[in-house]
Design a protein around this ligand. Structure first.
Ligand code: IPE
Ligand code: IPE
Ligand code: MG
Length: 233
């Protein structure tokens, strides 16, 4: 069990490698996505049990809309089935659900389920689950700039006030960002918010990422010294 001290309040996960997990077993990519969704459920509950306050999962990027229609359709269907199945479980577990990104691009049915899940879990207080769907960091920053301009923000606008225009308003910045599947890049995830995040990269494909590895990532994080640009005396 990780120590209670220096515990990451907010963890972000770039859940990558579903397709390669499937290919390495001679299975269709869809099977990787299905297994990935099961894994997400396990990791959400594990994070909550460990005492994580906020968990952001990168589920679908704006760039992912470029994938073949058939794959997008499978992902949207999975999302629908998943939300339908889990929304009451989230509420039971005290998990407050919130989605960030360009929701209007999603099929109407998925949008409705997202709104329903957000409403159903709005009073939950054990952990915030932030689902980045149809999301990209640059797009989020650009939309925030437009909102700031529309609000008449002037020279008073500083970093903290600007953050309130982001989709993640009110959520503390991520302390730890995990990326599975061996890729070592950010792929447009939480660009503004990750300025001082610690990164944990693992070769494990997302469908194989279990609770033990989440604990390892947290323990690794706890060994780090975060300086935020200052000198440690
Ligand atoms: C992550 O797995 C899930 C999504 C991006 C939707 P991938 O589908 O990117 O799997 P790989 O990277 O091709 O293995
Ligand atoms: C990032 O994975 C997006 C999600 C995990 C949802 P990708 O597989 O889309 O990223 P790239 O293309 O390898 O950078
Ligand atoms: Mg990928």
């Amino acid at each position: 069990m990780p120590l209670k001290e220096k515990f990451p309040e907010h963890i972000g996960i770039i859940m990558d490698g579903n397709g390669r997990w499937a290919a390495s077993r001679g299975l269709p990519r869809m099977e990787g996505h299905r297994r990935g969704a099961e894994r997400a459920k396990e990791i959400i509950l594990a994070a909550k049990d460990l005492g994580v306050r906020a968990l952001t999962l990168y589920i679908f990027s704006l760039e992912n809309w470029q994938r073949p229609q058939a794959e997008i359709a499978v992902l949207m269907k999975l999302l629908e089935i998943y939300l339908q199945r889990e929304m009451y479980e989230f509420r039971k577990e005290g998990i407050r659900f919130r989605a960030i990104g360009e929701m209007w691009k999603l099929p109407k049915g998925v949008q409705r389920l997202i709104t329903e899940t957000e409403g159903l879990t709005s009073a939950c207080a054990r952990m915030d689950l932030i689902a980045a769907i149809s999301y990209s960091g640059r797009n989020e920053i650009l939309r925030a700039v437009k909102k700031a301009i529309a609000s008449g923000a002037d020279g008073e606008l500083d970093e903290s006030r600007f953050s309130a225009f982001l989709d993640t308003a009110g959520v503390p910045e991520p302390d730890l960002i995990i990326r599975t599947s061996g890729e070592r890049r950010i792929s447009n995830f939480l660009l503004w918010q990750s300025a001082y995040a610690e990164f944990y990269f693992t070769d494990t494909f997302w469908p194989d990422f279990g609770k033990e590895e989440l604990v390892r990532a947290i323990e690794d994080y706890q060994m780090r010294e975060r300086r935020f640009g200052a000198v440690k005396l």
